[in-house]
Ligand binder design. Structure first.
Ligand SMILES: [Zn+2]
Length: 172
């Protein structure tokens, strides 16, 4: 399927427009609109020598390994975004101060033929022992605990998270 884009200026409906992925410009009314990089978070949840992966239940990268996380909401801190996503996706309650920042990685996220650029912020947290996971089945097919020395990076869907997990493995 071909990528969708804008065909008209949303302000004056002119077709005399240019769109270079990041910036939309109307040459008639001079409207300029930036499609900026979005912030997203991902959490490496650690239990002993294992990491929790989710298996994606929707495109993009359906069926591939993923880390819990998602897009940061407006007016939200990255730590709050980690906390909210883990609650939504796995029903986990983790205090904000338990999320430790590791590194960031750029990513391409194509959703329904629209390409988005993200900057993924990767955090680490310890799995709260004795908690029961409740999976949000809309987004997640299953969870998989994998020993750190048995992780196959090629099974991880997003390039950003593959690099982050590789960094994590090498910097234990
Ligand atoms: Zn216009």
């Amino acid at each position: 399927m071909e990528n969708k884009s804008f065909n008209f200026c949303p302000n004056c409906a002119s077709k005399n427009i240019s769109f270079d992925f990041r910036r939309f410009t109307c040459n008639d009314c001079e409207m300029v609109y930036y499609q900026n990089v979005a912030t997203a978070t991902a959490v490496i949840l650690r239990k002993d020598d294992e990491i929790l992966f989710t298996i994606r239940n929707r495109e993009p990268q359906k069926g591939k390994l993923d880390l819990p996380g998602g897009f940061t909401d407006p007016d939200e801190t990255a730590e709050k975004s980690c906390q909210r996503e883990l609650k939504e996706e796995l029903n986990l309650d983790i205090p904000l101060e338990n999320f430790k920042y590791l590194l960031s990685q750029p990513n391409n996220y194509e959703y329904k033929t629209i390409p988005y650029k993200t900057c993924d912020l990767i955090y680490e947290a310890t799995f709260p022992i004795g908690t029961e996971l409740v999976i949000e089945e809309d987004e997640i097919e299953a969870v998989k605990w994998i020993k750190i020395n048995e992780i196959n990076l090629n099974e991880i869907g997003f390039v950003s998270l593959r690099k982050a997990v590789e960094y994590y493995i090498n910097n234990q």
